[in-house]
Design a protein around this ligand. Structure first.
Ligand code: OAD
Length: 273
């Protein structure tokens, strides 16, 4: 894989900044999973380009008639390409690179807007899924999450086995507040950050898009964007890496290891040289 010299230079700057920072976090978006075959939302081939952006009333419709919502959800094949892509997708080198960065102590926390479970599948541990996880079901009252196979869907809407609250998919719907536990954690992590990686997101959906700016305001955080295209945050970023995350992030791991004074990373196992 050959990255242009300008991209390599930006990655070297990014690696140096990461090594000098005390608390590095990342905000990831749909572009991270593009190389796993999952369509993005905006831009060419984006889902909202094809279907139109949903209105903000989805959560209200769920609350008004949860039984009907569940029935529709189980019978309809909404956005079939997304469902198929989610079933087949596997983590790409960008996901594994974030796991490597976490393991070598260079990344403290990852906030992802992706619901595809690929960061967890790759092995990321310090993670907040700000828009939920499509493999889980969540109680809107006690916020407990369950694996799908833990919940019977024989009677709709399903009820929380713990508190009898209403269950919905963990994926955050349009018009639905971010679950308070995950929002609190994201805000805490932003408040600790003095460097934020902004990865494969158009950075226009709030509150996620506000997190790098919170870190900048509170700690003067250095903002590093990795994205083949310009985004809403490009202008305020200190370092911009114009490349796909699946190509740039593995190179960033190598550069960080070098800047830390260690050897190369191979297959997730650290090799001293
Ligand atoms: P978007 O679809 O808005 O943006 C995807 C970004 O990925 C764009 O900036 C692309 O340039 C970039 N991109 C494309 N291919 C890439 C690659 N190989 N490597 C790196 N970047 C690449 O997706 P998000 O910003 O994640 O919310 O959208 C945020 C939220 O809007 C989503 O979580 C979803 C959506 O409505 C909910 O569903 C609640």
């Amino acid at each position: 894989m050959t990255l242009p010299d300008s991209v390599r230079a930006a990655l070297e700057d990014a690696a140096q900044t990461i090594v000098e920072a005390t608390y590095v976090t990342a905000l990831a978006g749909a572009g991270m999973s593009a190389e796993s075959g999952i369509p993005t939302f905006r831009g060419p081939g984006g889902l909202w380009k094809k279907y139109g952006e949903p209105d903000n009333l989805g959560y209200q419709r769920f609350l008004k008639d949860p039984q009907q919502w569940w029935e529709e959800r189980l019978s309809e094949n909404q956005m079939p390409e997304m469902r198929e892509a989610l079933e087949k997708a596997e983590p790409n080198p960008g996901h594994y690179a974030l796991v490597d960065l976490e393991r070598i102590g260079a990344l403290r926390h990852l906030v992802t807007q992706n619901v595809d479970n690929l960061h967890r599948a790759a092995g990321s541990e310090s993670i907040s899924e700000i828009h939920g996880n499509h493999t889980l079901i969540r109680c809107i009252k006690c916020v407990r999450r369950f694996r799908r196979d833990e919940i019977s869907l024989d009677k709709l809407p399903p009820e929380c086995p713990t508190c009898d609250g209403l269950l919905k998919t963990d994926t955050v719907m349009f018009g639905e507040p971010i679950p308070p536990d995950v929002l609190r954690r994201c805000q805490e992590e932003a408040a600790l950050s003095d460097c934020v990686l902004i990865l494969g997101t158009s950075a226009i959906v709030y509150p996620a898009a506000a997190l790098p700016e919170v870190a900048r305001r509170l700690n003067g955080a250095t903002l590093i964007e990795i994205n083949p295209n310009e985004t809403a945050l490009t202008e305020v970023c200190d370092i911009v890496v114009r490349a796909p995350t699946g190509e740039a992030l593995p190179e960033l791991v190598t550069a960080v290891r070098r800047a830390q004074g260690h050897g190369e990373v191979s297959g997730g196992i650290l090799e001293a040289t």
